[in-house]
Design a protein around this ligand. Structure first.
Ligand SMILES: Cc1cc2nc3c(=O)[nH]c(=O)nc-3n(C[C@H](O)[C@H](O)[C@H](O)COP(=O)(O)OP(=O)(O)OC[C@H]3O[C@@H](n4cnc5c(N)ncnc54)[C@H](O)[C@@H]3O)c2cc1C
Length: 311
C-alpha cells in the first residue's frame, strides 16, 4: 500500500471545469520517490495511472477513472541567481502563476506573459502553454523526467520536442519531475507592460468554470494556405501565423449554443463554460457540433487543446 492513498475521489473537485466522476484511487505525491512508489503500486495492481497537475486543461469522464490518479505536488521552487540571470528550478507541481508573480516582482522577465494561467509548471511544460505570442518552451533550459522504466533522466530543451501547444511528453507519457527555467533581469516598466497585457486577457476570461481554450488555434501555411485562398477575408485576422478558432466558431453561429449545463461562451467561442451541472457528455456533444460546422464551413479539422481523462 502507498502513503496517502485515497479512494473514490471526485475529479470534478480536481479540475477547473468542475466536471468528472470519481477516481477509483487517488494519491498526491510530494517527491520523485513517492511518485515511483505510486506507479509501482498501480502496476502491481494492474491499474492504469494518470498524471494530474492543476487540472486546468482537462475534461474528465462522467464515469470517472478506474485506475490511479497521481496528483503532482512536488511544488518547491529554488531560485539560483547569477548577476542578471536567474534559473528557477521548479518542481513539476509548482504553481505556474506563483512562479510568474515571484519572478516578475523581482524584476526578472521570462514568464510574465502567462500571468493568471492556472495550473502547474509541469502541466504548462507538457502542453507548452503560451499566450501573447510567447510560450514556456522559450525559457526552458532542462527538464528532469521519469521514463517508462522508472529511470530519472535529464533532457535538454532541444530534446523536449516543443511545438505549438505540444511537447514530446504528450506522446511518450514520460513524467516531468523538475524543470529549470531561465529568466533575465529587465526594467520593471518593461515587465509591467507585458503583465498588464496579460491582466487584460485574464479580465476577459469567462466568469464560469472552464478548461481554457478547447481547440488549438489554426496554423496557416503561408501562401499555400487553402483556407486563406478560399476565405481571403480571414487574412487580416492572422496573428503570428495563427488564426483564432474562436472567431471561426463564432462565424458558424455557434456562440451561446448549450447542451445540458455546458455552453459555448458568447464572450470567446473557443471557451466552453460549465453553467452548472455540466457533464463531460454535454461538452463532447458541443465539440462534435463545432468540429462538424467548422469543417463544413471552412474545410479544416480542429484539434483539441483540452486533454481527456478517462475518455
Ligand atoms: C481560465 C483559464 C485560462 C487559461 N489560459 C491559458 C492560456 O492563456 N494559455 C495556455 O496555454 N493555457 C491556458 N489554459 C489552459 C491550462 O491552464 C494550461 O494548459 C496549463 O498549463 C495546464 O496545466 P495543469 O497543471 O493544470 O495541467 P493538467 O490540466 O493537470 O494536465 C494537462 C496535461 O498535462 C499532463 N501533465 C500534467 N503534469 C504533468 C507532469 N508533471 N508530467 C507529465 N505530464 C503532466 C496531464 O497528464 C495532462 O495530459 C487556461 C485554462 C483556464 C481554466
Amino acid at each position: 500500500m502507498i502513503n496517502n492513498l485515497q479512494e473514490n475521489i471526485s475529479l470534478a473537485s480536481h479540475t477547473t471545469f468542475r466536471i468528472g466522476g470519481p477516481a477509483r484511487y487517488f494519491a498526491a505525491v510530494k517527491t520523485a520517490q513517492e511518485l515511483i512508489e505510486a506507479i509501482k503500486w498501480a502496476k502491481e495492481n494492474s491499474l492504469l495511472f494518470f498524471i494530474l497537475g492543476g487540472g486546468s486543461n482537462l475534461l474528465a469522464s462522467d464515469e470517472g477513472f478506474r485506475g490511479l490518479v497521481i496528483k503532482c505536488k512536488m511544488s518547491e521552487i529554488e531560485y539560483q541567481r547569477e548577476g542578471d540571470n536567474l534559473v528557477a528550478v521548479c518542481g513539476a507541481g509548482a504553481l505556474f502563476n506563483k512562479l510568474i508573480v515571484e519572478t516578475a516582482k523581482d524584476g526578472f522577465s521570462g514568464a510574465e506573459w502567462g500571468f493568471g494561467i492556472p495550473g502547474t509548471v509541469g502541466g504548462a511544460v507538457c502542453g507548452n502553454a503560451g499566450r501573447l505570442g510567447q510560450d514556456i518552451s522559450r525559457i526552458v533550459e532542462e527538464v528532469t523526467i521519469l521514463d517508462a522504466d522508472l529511470n530519472i533522466k535529464k533532457l535538454s530543451k532541444a530534446e523536449c520536442g516543443f511545438d505549438y501547444r505540444h511537447s514530446r511528453f504528450k506522446k511518450t507519457g514520460e513524467i516531468i519531475l523538475e524543470i529549470n527555467l531561465n529568466f533575465i533581469k529587465k526594467e520593471q516598466t518593461e515587465i509591467d507592460e507585458i503583465l498588464n497585457e496579460a491582466k487584460k486577457v485574464v479580465k476577459h476570461s469567462p466568469p464560469f468554470p472552464s478548461a481554457g481554450c478547447i481547440f488549438k488555434n489554426y496554423r496557416t501555411k503561408g501562401e499555400q494556405d487553402e483556407l486563406l485562398k478560399d476565405h481571403p477575408e480571414l487574412a487580416s485576422r492572422v496573428r503570428e501565423g495563427k488564426l483564432g478558432v474562436g472567431f471561426l466558431i463564432d462565424q458558424c453561429g455557434l456562440a451561446g449554443t448549450q447542451k445540458g449545463g455546458a455552453k459555448i461562451w458568447e464572450g470567446h467561442a473557443n471557451y466552453m463554460i460549465n453553467t452548472g451541472g455540466a457533464k463531460a457528455k454535454d461538452v463532447l456533444e458541443l465539440i462534435v457540433i463545432i468540429k462538424k460546422s467548422v469543417k463544413e464551413k471552412y474545410g479544416i479539422e480542429l484539434e483539441e487543446e483540452v486533454r481527456y481523462l478517462g475518455l
